[in-house]
Design a protein around this ligand. Structure first.
Ligand SMILES: [Zn+2]
Length: 95
């Protein structure tokens, strides 16, 4: 797991297309706080592209962006840290 520190890095990851990006608004484990905001995407999801439009994801919007090289890495971290408190993007259907 790696925190994405800049929009340039976010753009590079979305354009490379491999891996997964978690839009993390936090919330304690086993609560539903922020569940609908805590969203896992494929890195190539249009919603992760910081140049998309005015609603695009950027590292300046609230919440940290986390990168995982594999789905297994992402799920492992999510089960440990956001169990029951995240959703998967309906658009890119990460799995
Ligand atoms: Zn997505």
């Amino acid at each position: 797991m790696k925190t994405i520190d800049s929009n340039a890095e976010l753009r590079a990851l979305t354009s490379a297309g491999a891996g997964y990006i978690f839009n993390d608004f936090g919330g304690p484990r086993d609560t539903s706080q922020n569940r609908d905001w805590n969203k896992l995407h494929r890195a190539n999801c249009a919603e992760c592209d910081p140049s998309r439009d005015h609603q695009a994801m950027t590292v300046q919007t609230q919440g940290q962006k986390l990168f995982f090289p594999t789905f297994r890495d992402a799920v492992s971290w999510l089960l440990e840290n956001r169990s029951g408190n995240y959703t998967r993007c309906m658009r890119c259907n990460p799995r």
